[in-house]
Write a protein of this length. Structure first.
Length: 196
């Protein structure tokens, strides 16, 4: 399966937003670890409201350009800070008081739809960013990771993320793996981690 925007099942990203929405309140702090075309950061900014704050990370100019347009047109830029660096630098880039107080972190792995398919998230940096995200979450906070296996390296990264989730202390984190309704080997999957 190719994970281009048109072929990518909407259901996993929609489901991720639904799960995150249930953990978010107006005024909350949230992170989009892979801003891409801006859909999740738009959702987060809209949901936390004018008193909330969202940090977004991406390494590509195109992702920042598209996201700036979407947020600008919606009047949401004031509540969002977009960081042009890898999500593995998250703890260095966030305000010092954020760790332990973040209500939601969203990841959508793979490549930028309608962008360069050669630029993809990488297991090593993804795992470092997941470690940082687990530190950032507050109790009751939710981490979502949409994982794709249809592109080169996607299977390895999905496996690495699942192994990462397995080693989380069960007393502190509830882990759920949601598989898509598609019964294909490379169907997308959604990991949801809730901090207890
Ligand atoms: C599938 S897209 C994200 C889609 C996005 N969530 C949306 O709503 O449109 C994956 C994005 O991850 C970005 N990416 C790759 N490596 C990254 C890294 N180390 N840190 C942050 N973003 C990264 C890519 O540039 C790409 O834009």
């Amino acid at each position: 399966m190719d994970n281009t925007a048109s072929e990518r099942p909407k259901s996993m990203t929609t489901l991720a937003q639904a799960r995150v929405r249930s953990a978010l309140r107006p005024g909350d702090w949230a992170i989009d670890a892979t801003i891409g075309n801006g859909n999740d950061v738009f959702f987060l900014a809209h949901t936390v409201g004018p008193t909330g704050k969202v940090y977004g990370f991406d390494i590509q100019d195109l992702a920042h350009a598209r996201t700036n347009i979407i947020l600008g047109e919606a009047g949401l830029l004031a509540r969002v800070k977009l960081i042009h660096t890898g999500h593995e630098q998250m703890l260095d880039e966030l305000p010092r008081d954020w760790p332990g107080k973040v209500a939601a972190v969203m990841f959508n792995l793979g490549y930028l739809p309608r962008g360069d398919k050669g630029v993809i998230t990488q297991p090593e940096t993804t795992l470092r960013a997941l470690d940082a995200s687990a530190i950032c979450l507050k109790r009751g906070g939710v981490l979502s990771v949409v994982m794709y296996q249809g592109h080169l390296g996607g299977k390895n990264e999905t496996l690495a993320v699942k192994e990462w989730a397995k080693q989380l202390p069960p007393h502190d984190y509830a882990v759920e793996l949601i598989q898509s309704g598609q019964f294909t080997e490379d169907a997308p999957e959604l990991l949801v981690v809730s901090k207890q």
